[in-house]
Structures are given as structure tokens and as C-alpha cells.
Design a protein. Structure first.
Length: 83
């Protein structure tokens, strides 16, 4: 899986996050946590990333969302810290 395929999977699934880095078989993401309203760094293997995308799509279907939804407005921005 290459960077473009991962970014496409994130965009097409409506996953609320963005790719930070792809290092071999390690995918580094910033995922939006709606409970804390912050982006959180997540490191996943390719298989775990695919499972996450499938789980997210299933979650959306269970909520009755037929098409991917846009993430929070700050999704494309770099994560912010409250320091």
C-alpha cells in the first residue's frame, strides 16, 4: 500500500483523520477524538489500518450514514496543543 492509496482510503471512508507518515509497513495517523475534540497520534500496521477503515465504514452504516461525512473543520490543519 502506498501513501496515495492510504490517503484515498481515509478520504473515501470519511475517516476523521489524516496521514502523517508511511514508513514501510507502519502507518502514522492523526485521528480526531470526538470526546476530547483533539487529534491524537496513532501508529498502525497496514492490516490494522485496513481494519480501522472497515470498522469506521461499518460504524457509519450502523448510524444510517450512507455516504462518507466530512471530518471536523480543522481536519486538514496540523494538530494543535493547548500548551
Amino acid at each position: 500500500m502506498n501513501r496515495q492509496a492510504i490517503e484515498t482510503a481515509i478520504r473515501d471512508s470519511g475517516l476523521p483523520g489524516r496521514l502523517v507518515e508511511l514508513d514501510g509497513k507502519l502507518v502514522r495517523l492523526h485521528l480526531f477524538n470526538d470526546r476530547t475534540e483533539r487529534f491524537e497520534p496513532v501508529n498502525l500496521g497496514i492490516s490494522e489500518f485496513c481494519d480501522l477503515v472497515l470498522d469506521w465504514q461499518q460504524h457509519l452504516r450502523a448510524r444510517g450514514v450512507s455516504s462518507p461525512v466530512a471530518g471536523p473543520p480543522m481536519m486538514s490543519a496540523a494538530p494543535t496543543s493547548s500548551a
